[in-house]
Design a protein around this ligand. Structure first.
Ligand code: S3P
Length: 444
């Protein structure tokens, strides 16, 4: 059943709110905890549907995974190479990260795993992982176009590879590095554009040998040495900067707002949105900067600001790939044109986000141009009309972006289905309304 929500003009937002744990780091914490020898305790894990699916999968692959009464998660790992064949199909739901990383993990184990997911995930490209993992020796049977459901026939004799990423993707990089854990020798991924490095940082933290060197011809080469002894450890997951983006932009757009968002991950390879907003004139403070288990974090303080349109460099895309939907909303309120380029990958996310944003903004009265891999938003410095009902295509970030749009637009904005928000940001509506927004169930 679809769950439509309506977001009306909000009074000034105020207060402090802890957004849920980082989705990328949560998936990896469960996977590495399941491979480590001994106990790992994870605090701050995101309990969104995507991550809960990964937790269930790690259990199906033989690890002990339990949620404790205090909200922390305890894992007891099997050791590298110790995973067992799952008794049933692994259903990854909406999660591209869960699916692609786990396909890597099982590819170098001598058993067969079958993956499926929801309609959105079943339409997303998987050849980007099956191709390099095939070179390592795994076999794959996929639907037409390399799509799920897919059967991974893991290999008993994995071969290390050196592989240059054809698309800037941390998921593909991570899938190969995770397969490399149970592979002799050194497995290397070359990336021309830097993508989020949570897998590398966490592997190192668990005791693996990771080498990062400049690559010949540009970019960097990341190598993992096979058969490391990973040892269980405590992990603290920072709050997700991609989730924080929604209350942060809301506070920038709603006049008179000032909010605090504590413990946000500010890994430079994730922080592109914040850099862009600062360039647009946003008032964002980074307080109590510190390091948490190898990841930099800070408390963000955001005050309502007048924004101006800018050109966002295409090279910045990997460091803010999930944030273009909410940046496009910010751009709609800015004075002047914002040009966002290098966005081809947005077409193969949980939905075609480039198309969904262009159509939704236009329906709200914003002048917008959609190109093959670019989005150009013409802001006027005045609040857009709003008043539209937006098709979210079961995409959490499209739903949250337009609910933020409604908080500062002329008329309320409705999203046709907000169900998907739980994949990454459970409690979004309560958190936003706690800060002062007016999001409620829509009768539509
Ligand atoms: C992620 C990488 C990105 C991002 C996704 C999470 C990760 O995907 O969009 O939400 O955790 O590695 P790509 O690797 O496809 O760019």
């Amino acid at each position: 059943m679809a769950k439509p929500l309506i977001s009306s003009r909000a009074p000034a937002l105020a207060g402090s709110a802890r957004v849920p744990g980082d989705k990328s780091i949560s998936h990896r914490a469960l996977m590495l905890g399941a491979l480590a020898v001994g106990e790992s305790v994870v605090t701050g894990l995101l309990e969104g549907d995507d991550v809960l699916r990964t937790a269930a999968c790690m259990r199906a692959l033989g690890a002990e995974v339990e949620r404790r009464a205090d909200g922390s998660w305890r894992l007891f790992g099997r050791g590298v190479g110790g995973l067992m064949e799952p008794a049933d199909v692994l259903d990854m739901g909406n999660s591209g990260t869960g699916a692609r990383l786990l396909m890597g993990l099982v590819a170098s184990h001598p058993f067969t795993t079958i993956f499926t997911g929801d309609a959105s995930l079943r339409s997303r490209p998987m050849r980007r992982v099956t191709e390099p993992l095939g070179r390592m020796g795994a076999g794959f049977i996929t639907r037409d176009g390399g799509r799920l459901p897919a059967t991974v026939v893991g290999t008993a004799r994995p071969m290390p590879i050196s592989y240059e990423l054809p698309v800037a993707s941390a998921q593909v990089k991570s899938a190969i590095l995770l397969a490399g854990l149970n592979t002799p020798g050194e497995t290397t991924v070359i990336e021309r554009e830097a993508t989020r490095d949570h897998t590398e940082l966490m592997l190192r933290n668990f005791g693996a040998t990771i080498r990062v060197e400049p690559a010949e011809g540009g970019g960097r080469a990341i190598s993992v040495t096979g058969f490391p002894e990973l040892t269980g450890r405590p992990m603290v997951v920072p709050a997700d900067p991609s989730s924080a983006a929604f209350p942060a932009v809301a506070a920038l757009l709603v006049e008179g707002s000032e909010i605090r968002l504590p413990d946000i991950g500010i890994n430079p390879l994730r922080a592109g949105l914040y850099q862009t907003l600062l360039e647009m004139g946003a008032d964002i403070g980074f307080e109590r900067r510190r390091d948490q288990a190898g990841e930099p974090v800070a408390d963000l303080v955001i005050r309502a600001s007048r924004l101006k349109g800018i050109d966002v460099p295409a090279e910045r895309a990997p460091s803010m790939i999930d944030e273009y939907p909410i940046l496009a909303v910010a751009a709609a309120f800015a004075d002047g044109t914002t040009r966002m380029r290098g966005l081809g990958e947005l077409r193969v996310k949980e939905s075609d986000r480039l198309g969904a944003m262009a159509r939704g903004l236009a329906a709200c009265g914003v002048a917008v141009e959609e190109e093959k891999d670019a989005l150009i938003v013409h802001g006027t410095g005045r609040p857009p009309l709003g008043g539209a009902t937006i098709a979210t295509h079961f995409d959490h970030r499209i739903a949250m972006s337009f609910l933020v749009m409604g908080m500062a637009s002329g008329r309320a904005v409705t999203v046709d289905d907000a169900e998907a928000i739980d994949t990454s940001f459970p409690g979004f509506v309560a958190l936003m309304n706690g800060l002062g927004s007016k999001i409620e169930a829509s009768g539509e």
